[in-house]
Design a binder for this molecule. Sequence first.
Ligand SMILES: *[C@@H]1O[C@H](CO)[C@@H](O)[C@H](O)[C@H]1NC(C)=O
Ligand SMILES: *[C@@H]1O[C@H](CO)[C@@H](O)[C@H](O)[C@H]1NC(C)=O
Ligand SMILES: *[C@@H]1O[C@H](CO)[C@@H](O)[C@H](O)[C@H]1NC(C)=O
Ligand SMILES: *[C@@H]1O[C@H](CO)[C@@H](O)[C@H](O)[C@H]1NC(C)=O
Length: 430
Amino acid sequence: MVMQEMEHQNVLPSSPQPPQQRTYLGSSAVVFITSFALLVPAASTHTTLSARGGNNQSQLVVEFTYIQGAAAKGAVCLDGTLPGYNFHPGFGTGANSWLVYLEGGGWCNDIKSCLERKGGPLGSSIHMEKPYNFTGILTNKAQENPDFFNWNKVVVRYCDGACFAGEGEHEKLGLQFRGQRIYTAAMEDLMSKGMRHADQALLSGCSAGSVAVILHCDAFNSLFPRPTRVKCLSDGGLFMDTVDVSGGHHMRSLVHGVVSLQGVQRILPRSCTSRHDPVFCFFPQNLINYVRTPLFVLNAAYDYIQIQAGIAPNISDTNGKWNNGCKLNIANCSASQIKILQKFRNRMVKAVQGFSAKTQSGLFINSCFAHCQADSQDTWLSEKPPLIDNLGISLAVGDWYFDRSRVKKIDCPYPCDRTCHNRISKTSPY
Ligand SMILES: *[C@@H]1O[C@H](CO)[C@@H](O)[C@H](O)[C@H]1NC(C)=O
Ligand SMILES: *[C@@H]1O[C@H](CO)[C@@H](O)[C@H](O)[C@H]1NC(C)=O
Ligand SMILES: *[C@@H]1O[C@H](CO)[C@@H](O)[C@H](O)[C@H]1NC(C)=O
Ligand SMILES: *[C@@H]1O[C@H](CO)[C@@H](O)[C@H](O)[C@H]1NC(C)=O
């Protein structure tokens, strides 16, 4: 599963936009950027001009650092190359606050897909584009990211193919399944480089990285002594154990492949695996109920990756009915397709009920055709961000993280929400 490049637009651009509760964009906040080099010598950063999203804004591009000691710990990418991260130091009041972000990018669920991945950017640091653009929750600009702009930020790069959670190898084919070791080596490196002094920390990630967040959340919490505020944000990771359009369970078979091939079961909570199948325990809708650390679940109810990969992949859509553009653009869906998507949303809403009842949980399920909304600027915080009850995503996450208020937001069903940034894909890889 690999993410496609997207163009984006508001489906209903002429609709009235309710004002955001508090507006940060456009305020003339002055940011003093005093980069404390800390103890991280290899990390350097620079800003470039980019035309991303049609905006002419300077963008934070952060250089790549290999994880120290990874080789000795056997912490390697699928192809045996060394893993790494992109680090941008915190400053000012954020100097002791740490945001660790686990990169996403699907997974490999059988030998064939792992061999393919091994020769690409998500399986090898040879093939990876090393610099990383920090936007949304990762940007260092106060007006674009008011609560986290001055934190230390690390993007741990994804090259194991199993949500930073596998352990094993396929020696003959030269496949290393070392996701768990990569995660651990990265944390040990970061702790030694200043993260051990953190007074606040947030583990975050998108898509497969967001599943990794849920898998590692309690272990991440346990790295820090008690008074440290530690929470986790899962963005676009609520992969549902859904029925597909042929009546089968395609997503379940993908997950079964990932878990069994890469030995992921050992990281799953024993309180779950003692009673249930590892595949059941891996599914975020179940796993979130076993996480003890405060967790925020952010997901689109019409997550297009789940529609493409779980509901209507070509292999399940035997008569090709879903190749009418619906998987690429929700505006192309027929009434009967929308009905299926509404059922999917209902199941997602139901699946988070128990989780939502916990005081410490945060929830933001908006009725958009989207996937990962915290790491792109337009959905995280912009002039016209996605809203539920006038609340935007950056504020929702900030309010929950800093205990300013409880956030449990579930949108009304499609197409009621006129603030969505519905994506338009060119192709679906599934
Ligand atoms: C990062 O931004 C630069 C422009 O600033 C762009 O050329 C590049 O493709 C972007 N990289 C990624 C991975 O999005
Ligand atoms: C972007 O804006 C700056 C001023 O804000 C200007 O100097 C620069 O030429 C612009 N770049 C592009 C590519 O439009
Ligand atoms: C999807 O809808 C747009 C108009 O909203 C149309 O231009 C396009 O051809 C449709 N795509 C497909 C594959 O039907
Ligand atoms: C899915 O089927 C459509 C229509 O036949 C085709 O255009 C597309 O390339 C297929 N996608 C994949 C990943 O096989």
